[in-house]
Design a protein around this ligand. Structure first.
Ligand code: IPD
Ligand code: CA
Ligand code: CA
Length: 267
């Protein structure tokens, strides 16, 4: 394993211990609301602090973009860690066992290392640019299914920002008609990891943040899949709108979305 990835895995495991311990008694959690339906617990914050401590000790000059503490350190660095300490906080608060720790490393804006850690299943998804994608050290690849009507597609429903809810629901209707089904597991980083390992054939969501997508997008491309914004271009980290899938379905998903793009919903 690449030494930098090794450190990221160590950091994710450290966060995982904090999350697992807290999951034994979610009723005791202190939950604050950042904005509508945007929850944060002391677990999110403690997990993030633990991750940053491990990463900083090993790579003090690297920049950091983390969900709870924002930008810090090495602003001029070519390297940036992109961290979601607990992706799927709403699930976590409700005791729904579908959430993950997500850590990605970008070099000059290009993702080079990725870890998504599913603490419930004890599955660690990892990827290094050019080195393939793995779950618990076993090589993973995107699914081979090429027919939309056999494809299982992941998504995230809007629940916090409703600017694009009409466009979202229009796309949803078309997807529902044309695919074998849709799932909304509730942790975007893990959804992307599940596309990477072939459990889902594709994924799309609007309005994500960079820390939701950083690690998961590299997992998909290293597993032989494709990731893009709503028109298939590379701007998803900027727009927050992402589509991913195996190469056979990626274009077909974009075709479903294309008629719904307009000035209100750019790619
Ligand atoms: C959320 C989850 C969810 C997605 C949201 C994200 P959080 O992250 O990934 O699946 O639909 O858009 O914000 O807030 O639980 O870290
Ligand atoms: Ca998240
Ligand atoms: Ca989070």
């Amino acid at each position: 394993m690449h030494p930098t990835l090794n450190i990221a895995v160590k950091a994710a495991r450290r966060a995982g211990q904090i999350i697992n311990r807290a999951s034994l008694d979610v009723d005791k959690l202190k939950v604050s609301v950042k904005q509508q339906s945007d929850f944060v617990t002391e677990v999110d914050k403690a997990a993030e602090a633990a991750i940053i401590e491990v990463l900083r000790e090993a790579y003090p000059a690297y920049g950091i973009l983390a969900e709870e503490s924002g930008l810090s350190g090495g602003d001029s660095s070519e390297y940036q860690w992109i961290i979601d300490p607990l992706d799927g906080t709403t699930n976590f608060i409700h005791g729904v066992p579908q959430y993950a720790v997500s850590i990605g490393l970008a070099h000059k804006g290009v993702m080079t290392q990725a870890v998504v850690y599913d603490t419930n299943r004890n599955e660690i998804f990892t990827a290094s640019k050019g080195g393939g994608a793995f779950v618990n050290d076993k090589r993973i690849r995107v699914a081979k299914r090429d027919k939309l009507d056999q494809a299982l597609i992941g998504t995230g429903f809007p629940y916090r920002m409703f600017d694009h809810i009409d466009a979202y629901l229009d796309i949803f209707k078309d997807m529902a008609r044309k695919t074998a089904g849709m799932r909304r597991p509730g942790a975007a980083s893990l959804d992307l990891a599940w596309v990477a390992c072939g459990r889902m054939d594709g994924f799309w969501e609007l309005g994500l943040s960079p820390w939701d997508m950083a690690a998961g997008s590299l997992l998909i491309t290293e597993a032989g899949g494709l990731v893009g914004d709503l028109s298939g271009e590379a701007n998803y980290m900027q727009t927050g709108n992402i589509v991913g899938g195996n190469p056979k379905l990626f274009g077909q998903l974009l075709q479903i979305i294309a008629p719904h793009l307009n000035a209100k919903l750019p790619a």
